[in-house]
Design a protein around this ligand. Sequence first.
Ligand code: PEP
Ligand code: MN
Length: 265
Amino acid sequence: MAEQDARAIGAVKRDGDVTIIAGPCSVESLEQMREVAACLKELGVAVMRGGAYKPRSSPFSFQGLEEEGLKIMRQAADEHGLLVVTEVTDSAHAEIIDEYADIIQIGTRNMANFSLLKKIGQVTAESGKPVVFKRGMAATIEEWLQASNYLTMFGNENVILCERGIRTFETAYRFTLDITAVPVVKSLSLLPIIVDVSHPAGRADLVPAISRAAVAVGADGIMVEVHPNPREALCDGPQSLDIAGIRSLVTELKTLARAVDKGLV
Ligand code: PEP
Ligand code: MN
């Protein structure tokens, strides 16, 4: 097994330390990714996120830099010794994503795209490359766990479940974070579960509070969007932390993790 794959497989552990995965919604430039990567390295965060193929609700929104984005993210990560997570939106991109990413993400809009799940299960069967599998925004926990079998059925058991908020009647924020899903999933599955704290919030000011909730409830990690200049972000700027924001969040969560007998990586 490649050394990088072994590192990626160990990055998020069930009931181990709390793993932070941070980075912009979308890869926009090498300068942007370098700035984020340098900050994460300094904070001891080992996994950087960034979207190169973006599943946008509107076809007129920024769709991502595609392969150029993958190259930029890989370069910035390698310069700082970080692992990268990026989303696959289409079976046709499975091989190219597999080439650049250490961890592959399946987004909420594709949770029930079973042909994509099978393809990713097949592409990662040998390497055991971890797959972050987000809950569909309108899926029950049972549907989500059942769908995870499409990824694992070819032999890759390294699936990381990710709760990212579901649709409810509430409109005061973007999605309703189902925090109860964390202990429920832990009672039903042996897979690690992380919480995306940015997409349910939709607003950066809510991110610290729901991050604390995620750590306190026992999540194995959090995924958080960070941008050097959120006001100019091409995607999800309002919910993105800036560099000062991620610094203070990591400091705060270290203390909180200690209170639940965990470390923060
Ligand atoms: C993302 O992580 O940028 C993303 C699009 O997330 P979700 O699939 O949860 O909306
Ligand atoms: Mn986003």
